[in-house]
Each structure stands twice: as structure tokens, then as C-alpha cells.
Design a protein around this ligand. Structure first.
Ligand code: NAD
Length: 436
């Protein structure tokens, strides 16, 4: 099938290459000329494992093309996927400016039946709004459908998630829309969930908020552990073996970040308040998350006393491993806070340093993880990249001026740290301290 994608960012581009991989012909549109120039050269604009290879493959095979024209997308694709951003407004609502603009642009050149699919994460009832906007601006008497097809990919494993999803959700209100979306997803081996448009929209927001809740819940449990000497990993393991709970998203740490959870939780709170429903359970998720970063900072101050002029090594800047995305990254907020404290920072991340350098050109960007620790008064681990898990702690100890590590992701080998006489302070776990 011919498919158009509007918005070629993390979701649009990944969807585009994966639709091409499944045999469709795809046109991806974006209005960012710098991004388009790269894409037209088959260069990826962000880090995502497996993406460069697939992009090259389908660019060469001419199954995937790029354009800056929504009009061309409307002419080309039987199905048009809207994949533009839905960031937070200052008040925390989902900003629908980009989605509304795309709806109007589509209407301008719509002359034959098209299926318009919202893939961006949008508040419930957006489908109705998109439909109304198109109806208002369309120039010809033309039939069209709007559907919802929320995206559940995770950055870092986005290709695998998109080619082999846990489920595909489509929200439709016409048989034709369902038939077309079944054609788009023919050959995918996973449950295909067909719902109303509103249910599909809500499935996405509710799923993200529930995952964020699991993280915030275990972070809250970690506070009980810190007060009582219990170990949060042991508690999480014991909980997660219960099939009703499951082991995923029960890892305590310095909190969630990224372009989805923080904004989607806030947006769901606003949606429920607009509908007159108490949002306090949802608001508590972000309050706990913000508190987790504060607690980590408090632990630093408690242990190191004054932070001004201390040299601190930071491992990990991206909001999670396997991505260079620093949007709402807990590591980045900590960096900003430590700069205000007057600490001197030696930072490292396998792929996110160029993005951080644009915002903070004056930090020391280390050549490798060990270089970051050189002469530092402490090491802070903020993202659990494998390279940090596997680091040689003996060399780290030799490099540090003071052998203290704050493991904000509970990813280092505690036994090895203890054997080496390091101080290791984790989240929700008893401290490892040298024997006196
Ligand atoms: N990033 C994720 O992991 C993820 C996962 C699931 C869902 N989502 C949701 O998908 C949506 C997109 O997120 P993203 O991370 O891909 O955002 P992104 O910022 O990476 O990409 C959005 C792209 O849309 C382009 N754009 C905006 N307006 C346009 C227009 N009028 N015409 C053409 N292009 C336009 C921008 O230039 C940008 O390249 C959001 O609603 C997000 O919540 C994101």
C-alpha cells in the first residue's frame, strides 16, 4: 500500500522505515529542512540501533522517500499517518498546535478518499477535533475517515518494537478504515485490538501513565527500604514474580524521563480535570518522580557536604540507555542543578554528549568513562548503559580522588565494590561502605 507519514521524528521515521520493511511504499514528510537534508542522504538524524541499516536499505530500494510537502503526502498515500509532536504547554496540557496545523494542511489539498490516522499521542476526543478541522477547511465535497493508531515503541529498541509489537491498537468508526488498517498491518504476528477512536486514544495515555506509576511506586518503596535497611531489588523481585504484577518497570532509580512519560502523565491529569474527575492519583505519579531526583541530590549533599568546587564525574546523560534523547532526562536536570551548586562536572555518555554540549558547552566532556572519573571527588551514575555496568571498578577506584560512587540506577556490582573498599550509595539499598 502507499503510505504517507507526516512528521519524520522518532515515531514517524521509525514507522516509515518499518512500513517499508513490511513491503509498503512510503513517503515521509517533515518541515525541518536540516532533518530532511540528512534523510534524503539516508543519514539518520538521531541515534537508534538498527535504524541506519534499514533507512539505507529502503532508501536505495526507493521504497522510502522524503518530502517537505503535505500536499504531496495527501496525493501519494491512501493512508496518511500524523506523527508530529504533541509537547506540553506551560500548563502541562498537550499542545495540539502541530496536529491541528497538519489537519488543516491535509484539508487544503484533499480531493479523494483518504484515511487519516493519528499516531501522535493525543488526548481523548482528538479524533473528533481532527475530523471537524478537516471538514471545516476542506475545499471539495470529499469523503474521508479519521482513525487512531497509538504508538507504543520504546526509544532504544524502537525497530524491534515496531516490527514485532506486543499489540496493535486501532480506533475506528468505519468499516473502510478498519479494512485499510488491517491491510497496513497484514503479516504482523500480534493481537490486533479494534476499538472506538476514543478508547484507542485513551489506551495510549493510560498505558504510559500506568508504566510511570509502576516506576514511581517502586521508587516510593525504595524510600521505605532506605529507612529500614531493606533492599528494593529484593522487594521488586519478590513482587514481580507474581504474574498479576510482573517484573517490568519495577527498577528503582532517580526517576523516569524522556519525551513521553512526563508529558503524557501531565496531559492525562489535565484531561481528567477538564472532565471534572479528580486527578490526584495521576498527579502523585509526577510528584513522586520529581521527589526522587531531589532525594538523590540530598544524598549527595549529605555525603559530600558542600558541593561548590567539588569535582564530580557523571556517567550517563540520556534519559535511558541506547538513545541520545535528552528530553526531560533526570541526568540533565541533575547536571543543571549541580552547575548552580558550583560543582565542576566531568561528564560522559556513549552517544548523548553532542546534544548536551549544545546546551552546556563549558562542561568537561570525557573521552571515555574512566577519563570522567579522573581526580573526581565522587562518581554519579545516572543512566544504566552497559559500558558502565561492565566498567572495571578497580580502575575507577584508582582514578577517583575520593572513592565514593552514587549509583542512581542500581546498576553496578555491589559485591565487587565492597571487595575493593569503595563506598557505593544506591537507591533503596543499604550503603556499601569499606570495613573499618
Ligand atoms: N518518542 C517516542 O518514544 C514516542 C513513542 C510513542 C509515541 N510518541 C508520540 O509520537 C509523537 C511524535 O513524537 P516524536 O518523539 O516522534 O517527536 P519528534 O519531535 O521526534 O518528531 C516530530 C517531527 O514532526 C515534525 N513536524 C512538526 N510539525 C510538522 C508539520 N506541520 N509538517 C511536517 N512535519 C512536522 C518535526 O519537525 C519533527 O521532525 C508525540 O505525540 C509523542 O508523544 C513518541
Amino acid at each position: 500500500m502507499k503510505i504517507s507519514i507526516i512528521g519524520s521524528g522518532h515515531v514517524g521515521l521509525i514507522s516509515g522505515v518499518c512500513f517499508a520493511e513490511k513491503g509498503h511504499e512510503v513517503l515521509c514528510v517533515d518541515h525541518d529542512n536540516e532533518k530532511l537534508a540528512k534523510l534524503r542522504n539516508a543519514e539518520v538524524p538521531f541515534f537508534e540501533p538498527g535504524l541506519p541499516e534499514l533507512l539505507k536499505k529502503h532508501h536505495t530500494a526507493k521504497r522510502l522517500r522524503f518530502s517537505d510537502s503535505t500536499a504531496e503526502a495527501v496525493k501519494f498515500g491512501q493512508a496518511i499517518f500524523i506523527c508530529v509532536g504533541t509537547p506540553s504547554t506551560e500548563r502541562g496540557k498537550a499542545d495540539m498546535t502541530y496536529v491541528e496545523k497538519v489537519a488543516r494542511d491535509i484539508a487544503e489539498t484533499l480531493t479523494d478518499y483518504r484515511l487519516i490516522v493519528e499516531k501522535s499521542t493525543v488526548p481523548i476526543m482528538t479524533g473528533e477535533r481532527v475530523k471537524a478541522a478537516i471538514q471545516r477547511y476542506v475545499r471539495a465535497e470529499v469523503h474521508f475517515d479519521v482513525a487512531s493508531n497509538p504508538e507504543f515503541l520504546r526509544e532504544g529498541s524502537a525497530i524491534e518494537d515496531t516490527l514485532k509489537p506486543d499489540r496493535i491498537v486501532i480506533g475506528v468508526d468505519s468499516g473502510k478504515a478498519e479494512t485499510l488498517l488491517r491491510e497496513v498491518y497484514a503479516g504482523y504476528e500480534c493481537p490486533f485490538v479494534v476499538t472506538s477512536i476514543g478508547s484507542a486514544e485513551l489506551i495510549k495515555h493510560a498505558s504510559n501513565s500506568f508504566l510511570a506509576l509502576k516506576i514511581s511506586f517502586i521508587n516510593w518503596v525504595s524510600r521505605l527500604c532506605e529507612r529500614t535497611g531493606a533492599d528494593v531489588n529484593e522487594v521488586a523481585k519478590g513482587m514481580g514474580l507474581d504474574h498479576r504484577i510482573g517484573p517490568h518497570f519495577l527498577h528503582a532509580g532517580i526517576g523516569y524521563g524522556g519525551s513521553c512519560f512526563p508529558k503524557d502523565v501531565e496531559a492525562l491529569a489535565h484531561i481528567s480535570e477538564d472532565l471534572g474527575i479528580d486527578a490526584s492519583p495521576i498527579r502523585m505519579i509526577s510528584t513522586l518522580n520529581k521527589g526522587q531526583a531531589d532525594r538523590f541530590h540530598d544524598r549527595l549533599e549529605k555525603e559530600l557536604w558542600v558541593l561548590k568546587d567539588k569535582t564530580l564525574a557523571i556517567w550517563g546523560l540520556a534519559f535511558k540507555p541506547n538513545t541520545d534523547d535528552i528530553r526531560e532526562a533526570p541526568a540533565l536536570s541533575l547536571v543543571q542543578r549541580l552547575i548552580k551548586d558550583g560543582a565542576k562536572l566531568r561528564v560522559h555518555d556513549p552517544v548523548a554528549m553532542p546534544a548536551v554540549r549544545k546546551q552546556h558547552p563549558d562542561l568537561y566532556y570525557a573521552k571515555d568513562p574512566l577519563d570522567a572519573t579522573s581526580g573526581a571527588d565522587a562518581l554519579l551514575v545516572c543512566t544504566e548503559w552497559p559500558v558502565y555496568r561492565e566498567a572495571d571498578l578497580a580502575k575507577v577506584k584508582a582514578n577517583l580522588r575520593v572513592p565514593i560512587i552514587f549509583d542512581g540506577r542500581n546498576c553496578l556490582d555491589r559485591k565487587r565494590a565492597g571487595d575493593l573498599g569503595l563506598t557505593l550509595i544506591g537507591v533503596g539499598k543499604p550503603d556499601v561502605r569499606p570495613k573499618k
